[in-house]
Design a protein around this ligand. Structure first.
Ligand code: M3P
Ligand code: FE
Length: 310
């Protein structure tokens, strides 16, 4: 599969209520690399094996949650094409000039049927992963991989209204595959939907909520199951509140720990899962197996997991 169009979630912008506490959490505890603070006091991070300048932005605010998420697209031609398609789908588009967002080329922004602000961009300055591009070797210097040892920002799960309209946009317009779905076992209503534009089991997912524009979690990839266990040990040492785990999802088959940042935003570290190809039929779970769909070791759904969003 040649990757054209949407590539990955390249940027998530979160609100936090105490920047010092958030810096300790995302920097020292998770182990993301702080690359910049802007004039507004927003703090920018990357994970070690990402090549682009940053993937996470924190903004101090009165309430937690997500400001926007942004997908990187393959090139300017894809951006032009997608702008047309999103407009034809019926969403109004705001154009943002290059440089308005630091280190970034021009962007387009629109509000999804689920209430989330989404952006697309084709260009971002690259910092690299410290290994270089010729005879790069395999691991960076001591100290680059630290904390929970995150490799990269992987996906986010967003909560909102009108999932059916989101499905139309992500599947038909963005041409993302639907890797998995969770439906109500009596009504067949879609409760959660997982979209892939790569070989990952999901690049972004949505869960039905009574309120629009909610964050369920933002997730970072780890290298191994032993790193998942190490991350949970590190959470214990640092008194980070764990929501669930370590365990394994039924949906996507990732080995996971969910935990909270000091403002109550849910984070995830995970590894594994299958390789997704777009010719594989959508895997469908129904709520009669909600326990196994969510947590496949004890097959028990968690109240907090279903109801706590920011
Ligand atoms: C993940 C993941 C649900 C499963 C979520 C799965 C909402 O977060 O990373 O695989 O059932
Ligand atoms: Fe996840």
């Amino acid at each position: 599969m040649a990757m054209k169009g949407l590539l990955r979630v390249g940027e998530v912008a979160l609100r936090v209520m105490d920047m010092d506490a958030a810096r300790d959490h995302y920097g020292r505890c998770i182990g993301l690399i702080e690359v910049m603070e802007d004039d507004l006091g927003q703090v920018y991070y990357k994970a070690w094996d990402e090549h682009d300048h940053h993937s996470l932005i924190l903004r101090q605010a009165d309430s937690p949650g997500i400001d926007y998420f942004a997908f990187k697209v393959s090139d300017e031609a894809a951006l032009v094409d997608l702008e047309d398609k999103v407009r034809n789908f019926g969403l109004s588009i705001e154009r943002i000039e290059a440089g308005v967002y630091p280190k970034s080329g021009r962007r387009i922004q629109f509000v999804l049927p689920s209430g989330h602000t989404m952006q697309l961009y084709a260009e971002k300055e690259q910092l690299g992963n410290t290994l270089g591009y010729r005879n790069p070797g395999v691991i960076p210097e001591e100290g680059v991989i630290r904390g929970m040892r995150p490799v990269r920002l992987d996906h986010c799960l967003l909560g909102g209204t009108d999932l059916d309209k989101n499905i139309e946009l992500f599947h038909k317009v963005f041409e993302m595959g639907i890797s998995e779905k969770l439906i109500h076992h009596e009504t067949n209503a879609v409760m959660a939907v997982f979209f892939s534009c790569s070989t990952k089991p999901h690049d972004v997912a949505f869960v039905l909520q009574p309120e629009p524009n909610m964050l369920h979690h933002v997730s970072f990839l780890l290298e191994s199951v032993s790193d998942v266990y190490h991350a949970a040990d590190w959470m214990g040492r640092n008194r980070i509140p764990i929501d669930v785990g370590p365990t394994r999802h039924g949906v996507t088959r990732g080995a996971t720990v969910y935990f909270f940042d000091p403002s109550g935003n849910r984070n995830e570290v995970f590894t594994g899962g299958y390789v997704y190809y777009p010719d594989v039929p959508t895997l469908v779970w129904d709520t009669s197996e909600l326990g196994q769909a969510t947590f496949a070791h004890d097959n028990t759904p968690r109240e907090s997991f279903l109801t706590v969003l920011t």
